[in-house]
Design a protein around this ligand. Structure first.
Ligand code: NDP
Length: 606
């Protein structure tokens, strides 16, 4: 049966054309350069508003076996898996005043995860903890981070409120020296870098941005002293205030409704709408929780990642898909239904078409939901996303769209062009100045910029080579974990490794792998480990060669951080995850294969 036999409620040609037009409107030659780094006059945007007790301590010049840079979920998982492997002499260095990483910084009202907690929150079985609801909000996740840190004794010997400023390798002593903003010069045999993918907030480079005289902050440094309330709302400080928020990504989708219910006037400045699906949160089913068998969480994470990797539409995977019931899997369910209608002998080229039709249908559902909720037809039209599913981060929220029915909330749609300028008093779009008392930047984080810029420090490896220099044309790694001439240093991130929207899944696989390596090196008194040049060239070529061409992160998508703002920067191909955005489980299998062999191929150890 051909797909044309299925009568569609939409016109695929018209949609293709509309997607293209919307994308063209947004393409710009400056790509990532359109953003303003938070330094110099803008560095105050980075100040920590959450620290309760600033630490005073003397600089450290001691030595530990393992330094973990970053106390977010990645650092916690690295620490946890190392403790399980019997490694004791660990120090976590973290810029924030506590563990949590992204959940330490992102405390804006409404902050929450929209991947179910059973899959997202790591180490549930290890900690014998079951989340009370399907989705957890930011305070619960922060609590969980601290629960993990306590359980695995990661507070011991940790350095909080400490930012790494540089690292140098000494080949004679086979030690890294780590320098920090507290004048520490500590030494470590091994270093694990888990800096996080969304670690550095960014501002838009809008004309006049520094002219604004009102109150301003970025969503990742929410100023509750000004707004009142907390991550669960009640922003009483906004009474009598006019507030503007720039950006309508996943963060804004969550906090806008809280601003709308507390501010006298709210302006939401939109460049590209997000796709917003229902959240349908509910308490955890106790009977279901009691029925779970050991190993359930890892299996569930694997299944979820398999679905995000584009599986779940095939026969034999029905159970895998049906155990989840949310917007993340809806696309897979639509695809499965369409494949079933098409019959089993369809030619290959029809499969791609069925995928495209499924994607159109999924996005039509999202667009129809806007019409169902938003009363003003013009506003509703402006809030509809015209791009493929997964071109931008899907959002699950039950409050955002209805906020635009409030009289005190105005959507200022910039029709893909972005805010024109910022003045002393407010924000200009289309020649109209919107005066505000408070301007909030929900403009996201640096993703596609150089690794060392995002990390905030450079590494000096063998013979004075800097990582910045080595990766100036893009990442070169072995498994995304090692890089030649930077011995004993391990990286957990997305570049040349894995990406899955259930981000901790990739972090945990990296953590388990590194714990396995470090345990082996410590037990076997190995003092130096470095990948061969051949191994890293082969791995990097593989990453570039098999980068998925699917819709997610693809060149046909509307610009955003998933596709480096739609630019054709050749480094992007090198910095992609293994297998593109859909290769996570394949990558995990590669790590497992490596561990199952006993020869440590591609590594020179001594
Ligand atoms: P994003 O990068 O997703 O969004 C930034 C927003 O700022 C976009 O809407 C962007 O528009 C807009 N913008 C940038 N420049 C301008 C300009 N000059 N004028 C007007 N608008 C502008 O950042 P977020 O903080 O929203 O989200 C980052 C990531 O964090 C998410 O993708 C997700 O991975 C994670 N996250 C997850 C959450 C969850 O689990 N629910 C919640 C929050 C965040 P444009 O789209 O046109 O570029």
């Amino acid at each position: 049966m051909s797909i044309n036999a299925t009568k569609e409620d939409f016109d695929p040609d018209a949609l293709r054309q509309k997607y293209n037009e919307e994308r063209e409107k947004r393409l710009r030659s400056d790509g990532n350069e359109q953003y303003q780094e938070m330094k110099g006059d803008f560095s105050y945007f980075l100040e920590d508003p959450y620290v309760e007790k600033p630490i005073v301590r003397d600089p450290l010049e001691d030595e530990v076996d393992v330094v973990i840079i970053g106390g977010g979920l990645g650092g916690l998982l690295a620490g946890a898996r190392m403790r399980e492997a019997g490694i004791e002499d660990i120090r976590v260095i973290e810029k924030g005043a506590d563990f949590g990483g992204t959940w330490y910084w992102n405390r804006y009202p409404g902050a929450a995860r929209d991947i179910e907690a059973y899959t997202y929150l790591p180490l549930l079985e290890e900690l014998n903890y079951m989340p009370p609801r399907k989705y957890c909000d930011a305070p619960e996740i922060l609590d969980h981070c601290q629960r993990v840190a306590k359980h695995y004794r990661l507070y011991d010997n940790s350095c909080m409120q400490t930012e790494v400023k540089g690292m140098e390798w000494d080949d004679d002593t086979r030690r890294w020296t780590i320098r920090t903003d507290r004048n520490d010069k500590m030494k470590a045999r091994f270093v694990v870098m888990v800096n996080g993918p969304l670690n550095r907030p960014k501002l838009p480079g809008i004309k006049g941005i520094s002219d604004f005289k009102g109150h301003t902050f970025h969503t990742s440094r929410w100023d509750y002293d000004y707004t009142g309330g907390n991550a669960r709302g009640n922003l009483s400080g906004l009474k009598g205030k006019r507030v503007g928020i720039i950006g309508t990504g996943a963060t804004a989708i969550q906090c806008v409704s809280y601003l709308g219910e507390s501010a006298d006037q709210l302006y939401v400045f939109q460049r590209t709408p997000s796709g917003v699906d229902p959240r349908n949160d509910h308490p955890t089913d106790e009977k279901w929780a009691a029925s779970l068998q050991p190993g359930w969480q890892k299996q569930r994470q694997k299944d979820f990642t398999a679905i995000l990797n584009g599986r779940g539409g095939r026969r034999g995977e029905i159970e895998q898909l049906d155990q989840f019931d949310d917007a993340w899997v809806e696309m897979g369910k639509i695809y499965r239904r369409r494949m079933r209608v098409a019959g089993k002998d369809i030619p290959r080229d029809q499969v791609a078409k069925i995928y495209e039709m499924s994607n159109f249908e999924k996005m039509e559902n999202i667009r129809n939901r806007v019409d169902d909720i938003v009363e003003d037809k013009e506003v509703a039209e402006a809030l509809k996303p015209y791009y493929a599913f997964m071109c931008k981060r899907p959002c699950l929220d039950d409050r955002y769209l209805a906020t635009f029915n409030r009289d005190n909330v105005k959507l200022v749609d910039t029709k893909g062009q972005g805010v024109e300028s910022i003045t002393e008093k407010g924000v200009v779009v289309d020649g109209i100045e919107y005066e505000v008392d408070c301007l909030i930047f929900a403009t996201g984080f640096e993703v596609g910029t150089d690794y060392t810029r995002r990390a905030g420090y450079d590494l000096i490896g063998v013979d004075g080579l800097s990582l910045d220099e080595k990766w100036s044309k893009g990442m070169v790694t072995y498994f995304g974990i090692h890089s030649h001439d930077f011995p004993n240093c391990f990286l957990i991130g997305t570049g040349q490794a894995s990406f899955t929207a259930n981000y901790p899944d990739g972090l945990d696989e990296g953590a388990k792998h590194i714990a396995y390596l470090v345990k082996y090196f410590v037990e076997n008194k190995i003092t130096r480990v470095d990948p061969t040049v051949d191994a890293e060239l082969a791995w990097s070529a593989d990453v570039v060669g098999i980068t998925a061409k699917g819709p997610m992160g693809g060149a046909s998508c509307t610009p955003g951080y998933y596709n480096l703002e739609g630019t054709r920067d050749p480094r992007a191909r090198h910095n992609q995850p293994y297998g593109g955005m859909m290769g996570a489980n394949k990558y995990f299998a590669k790590l497992e294969e490596f561990r199952e062999g006993d020869k440590m191929p591609g590594l020179v150890i001594s």
